[in-house]
Design a binder for this molecule. Sequence first.
Ligand code: F6P
Length: 546
Amino acid sequence: MSVPSNLPVWQQLKAHHAAIADQHLRDLFAADPERFNRFSRRFGDLLVDFSKHRITGETFDLLIELANQAQLPAWIARMFEGEMINHTEQRAVLHTALRNRSDRPVRVKGKDVMPEVNEVLEHARKFADQIRRGKWRGHTGKRIRDVVNIGIGGSDLGPKMICQALQPYADPTLRMHFVSNVDGAHISHVLAECDPESTLFIVASKTFTTQETMTNAHTARAWLIKELGDESAVARHFVAVSTNAEGVSRFGIDTANMFGFWDWVGGRYSLWSAIGLPIIVYLGMDHFLELLEGAHAMDEHFRTAPLTDNLPVILALLGAWYIDFFGADSQVMLVYDDYLRSLPDYLQQLDMESNGKSIDRDGQAVKVNTGPIIWGGLGNNGQHAFYQLLHQGTHLVPADFLAPAQSPNPIGEHHAILLANCLAQAEALMVGKTEAQARAELAKQGLSGEALEKLLPYKVFAGNRPSTSLFYRRLTPQVLGSLVALYEHKVFVQGVIWNINSFDQWGVELGKQLANAILPELKGTQAAAGHDASTLGLIQFCREAG
Ligand code: F6P
């Protein structure tokens, strides 16, 4: 395995960075009228413009060479072929099989998994059809109107993001709710909006042991039984999505109403599996299949396109360029599409749980910076909140701008204003405002002398702040599938570059262990002991004040 900084091209990139770091994007654009054409790519209805990045032709070539020296093509093949590339858990990584719309068999330990994948899809289709047609009814015979997904992390963020994003395609008679937080406020508010006779709960947990999910599921179950006065009502109001049939049946859900998936589907890569059941119920199977098709098209592109045209590869290399050579430590997602308001949260788990690692595939401490801090939000709202830091702060924060050319809600000038702001922000970050421009503006406003000189430094924008623009015609299921798969593969490519395993998440375990130890101490069934003074003091406060 390769330590990235030992690769010959790493040193070349370092030297190249030193040579070009001071070049301004303004000048790069001025020097090359073909820059946009050279550094943008089309993929179906998607346009990816990466010309506003601090790269030259040489940078691009060196970054592609980095992918080659890190053996990226071989790693891509290993993932698609079902090798155990999640080596710390001895698992294959095959979320791509879930959206394999070709006839190509996908083998795990020699066995083709496609028949099982298609069987679960068929089960989900039948179930969703019954709900949508009013054939599956609640215990008292009422039609299902509210669907509550109870899950957390990958069992929540993906389905929630997709259901919101594709709401124009949804069945308007259904209301979707997502309960993830163990704070009782979350489930209380959702239950208050639901009629027990017409509510379906989907308990979604890969392990079926996650404390937050199981606590919420038990609360929902108790509420239903109390409201309907009959324990047998659970059968018509609860279904499960899990890999743990034993846990599901122990909870009291008939495994005939369980939708399974497999250990080769990571939680944060699972929206394409039965974890997508809320999507299938809300949008219908046809739209879910379009989502899978969009993702499959991106998979095929990733598997077969040359590295120089390969979108996940390009985005990953640009990310690494800033993280490892410019010292950038975060990446902001600027979403100019209200339907995608949950995308930053979704991408945060995808990226940070995958590449927030400091031990490499050989068990050694990494010597380079790895996954960035992912943050962001709706673009226009951000403009009036955090963009100040993006424009004039001391951090270099590469940005992704996402926007649809068409709006499903064409009202007056709204969409044109939205797009104008998106385009303007990317331009402003890139070009900035020189001292001479700021001086001329102030003079035009009537300022001069000391007053002008005093204000001048605050009016200058350094610019040279990089961004990628991901624009699409319309947010269709197909486009969204491609977009999500693009980011999934970007994360994988960066993991390969850094020689880390993007598919485990040991870092979430310690907190879970300690919470289990603290719980009885908080409840007072066990004396608080063995903690540092701060934790003990806080436990004491909670006990006294609680
Ligand atoms: O604690 C982290 C995590 O394991 C995520 O990786 C996962 O998506 C989430 O918890 C939920 O896990 P489960 O689906 O098993 O409830």
